[in-house]
Design a protein around this ligand. Structure first.
Ligand SMILES: C[S@@+](CC[C@H](N)C(=O)[O-])C[C@H]1O[C@@H](n2cnc3c(N)ncnc32)[C@H](O)[C@@H]1O
Length: 421
């Protein structure tokens, strides 16, 4: 997801408000444990833990805010019921006030904006403006791209908040326009996704230029799946900038080339960008031009990542010093990629062209794949290649992706910097 940022709640559950949730008229009653989790800030109540089906209970109510009560009928929070998916109820607030949607949304937007104003550098023009689950607006994320924002709606029932969100964001930020991307199902390259629709303000030009750490990138805020930049990888990109000088770098699943630009700008000796999509490779080259980076001695290869790395090996190119692996969870087609099945082979191919002591930056943004599971996939690749990998650093989400303490599902990004021997 990378509908990235991607705590969609469509997957299976970890811990959280659970069992014996009783749907009553006018409110949802949780058992003591469920109430404890909600009071602790956990924004999801899982469907599999419900006594009755919240889906049918919400029918006819048209979504909207409902009170959540403990077994003694005391106030626990406010949220809304969702018909499909693993999450039956999304909690928006555990405070008595404000009571209505408008007040609640305004408070969440004010808090989110003030965090960005305090912590983000003023010249950063792309970031997560509202990290829904972590900031009291579960089911919604908002990403800012220059003078535009994209609201991503992860469940149909979250729709009742969107108008108030746009109004509050408009007032606080002076944006020119806001687009809506509906993502009720996880991103799949199999199905056609619709373009984002303008829901507030002025229509955007086809392309915007956004700024991050002194670099520039083209984005298309109307694009169906990806606008061309994933804000959640900002720390990982900075790490690449720190490491790439004088190194030979391979960037697999390079997309619009953001990691490649950081590496080239840092003074990498060579950067090979590999992506299956010619469209994204062309976009990468334009991003190089935008940053006045010579595309020579760099290389752009339209290939499946493993096939591309095998080709580099066959041609006697390399060995390389830093390889970036940031695949999608799933991609379709003849050379499609399924993370759970294909990751060990991908890593084996990377290790074949990596220097001893060389570095791998392995990223995974799938909520459903835990840190442990990701490490198992990495280990399987290391065993195949007969190499040992040591984690030097785990790179987390940037400050504009705040996480509620105890909401483990929120820490969806795994980005390991590893040395290979
Ligand atoms: C999740 S994005 C990668 C994000 C990217 N690393 C970045 O920093 O923006 C997915 C990219 O993987 C590419 N892709 C999908 N399957 C692939 C494959 N088998 N080999 C190489 N690239 C692939 C897609 O074309 C798309 O550009």
């Amino acid at each position: 997801m990378r509908g990235r940022g991607r705590t969609t709640g469509s997957g299976g559950g970890v811990r959280g408000p659970r069992k014996n949730v009783d749907i009553r008229r006018g409110g949802v009653r949780l058992d003591d444990e469920g109430a404890w989790w909600v009071r602790a800030g956990h924004p999801w109540v899982y469907r599999k833990t419900l006594k009755h089906d919240a889906g049918s209970a919400s029918e006819g109510r048209g979504g909207g805010l409902m009170e959540v009560l403990d077994p003694r009928g005391r106030f626990v929070g406010r949220g809304y019921l969702c018909k499909g998916g693993a999450v039956a109820m999304r909690i928006l607030s555990t405070r008595e006030a404000p009571r209505g949607v408008k007040g609640l949304v305004r408070k969440a937007v004010d808090e989110a904006v003030s965090i960005r104003e305090s912590f983000l550098p003023p010249d950063l023009t792309t970031y997560r403006l509202i990290h829904g689950e972590g900031e009291g607006l579960s089911g919604i994320t908002v990403d800012r791209y220059g003078q535009y924002a994209v609201v991503t709606q992860y469940c149909e029932e979250a729709g009742f908040m969107i108008e108030d969100i746009c109004e509050a964001i408009g007032e606080r930020t002076g944006l020119e326009g806001i687009y809506l991307q509906k993502r009720f199902k996880p991103v799949s390259e199999k199905k056609q996704h619709s373009a984002a629709s303008l829901i507030w303000g002025r229509r955007a030009e086809v392309e915007q230029i956004i700024h991050e750490n002194g670099m520039k990138f083209y984005v298309d805020v109307r694009a169906p799946v990806s606008v061309g930049m994933f804000c959640d990888l900002r720390e990982a990109r900075s790490k690449v900038y720190e490491l790439a000088r004088n190194r030979r770098v391979v960037n697999c699943f390079s997309h619009t080339g953001s990691f490649s630009i950081y590496a080239a700008a840092a003074g990498a000796r060579e950067v090979v960008s590999i992506d299956i999509s010619k469209k994204y490779l062309a976009w990468s080259k334009r991003n190089f031009d935008l940053n006045e980076l010579d595309t020579n001695p760099h290389d752009f290869m339209a290939a499946d990542a493993s096939t591309g790395m095998a080709r580099l090996s066959k041609k006697g190119r390399g060995p390389y010093d830093l390889i970036i692996l940031d695949p999608p969870t799933f991609s379709s087609g003849k050379e499609g990629f399924v993370l759970k099945n294909d990751y060990p082979d991908l890593l084996e191919s990377a290790l074949e062209i990596l220097n001893p002591g060389g570095l791998i930056l392995a990223c995974c943004n799938a909520v459903k794949i835990s840190d442990d599971e990701f490490q198992r996939l990495i280990s399987a690749g290391a065993v195949k290649a007969g190499r040992t990998l040591r984690i030097l650093e785990k790179i987390g989400l940037p400050v504009d992706f705040p996480q509620v303490v105890g909401f483990r599902e929120g820490a969806y990004l795994k980005a390991f910097l590893m040395a290979a021997f």
